[in-house]
Design a protein around this ligand. Sequence first.
Ligand code: SF4
Length: 168
Amino acid sequence: MTGRPIGASTRDLAAARLSGEPTPRAGAACETRRWATRDPDQCCNLRKVEPLRRKLSELGAWITSIRRAQTSFRKDARKVEWDVKFGLVKVNPIADWTSQQVWRYLHEHGVPYNSLHDQNYPSIGCTHCTRAIQPGEDPRAGRWPGTAKTECGLHIIEPLRPLPEADA
Ligand code: SF4
């Protein structure tokens, strides 16, 4: 078993490396805690969505590990689809896998995984937004606990905003 906790500072560093720009306060855990608790949508937008958008703008396709069973937003994910949000091909090779299939594959092929998975963290996000789940809880109940938020925004297509009314 290998792995280590994934923290907000790790996220900041990865975002800075991928985007080529510093995040608002790279590595500032206390700042991230404040953002994450007061406005997690904006925090995810700054730390995850926009850095990824900048990187994906250079590419023609990206590969994800989302699965249809994970959230209602992912239930219609296709194995190969057009990513309307970021404007490139999106490949989701394990879209139809179950959690059991994932774990079987990891064990059969000796794939390293985060040790928090063995401590009741079936879904792992940033430090300030992830807790262990209790028996019987949804596997993603530990993400953004106490809020209605279920997705960071990377895999959500926002509904179209109504057009402003034309001048008479
Ligand atoms: S998961 Fe939490 S800390 Fe990480 S970017 Fe989103 S709101 Fe911020």
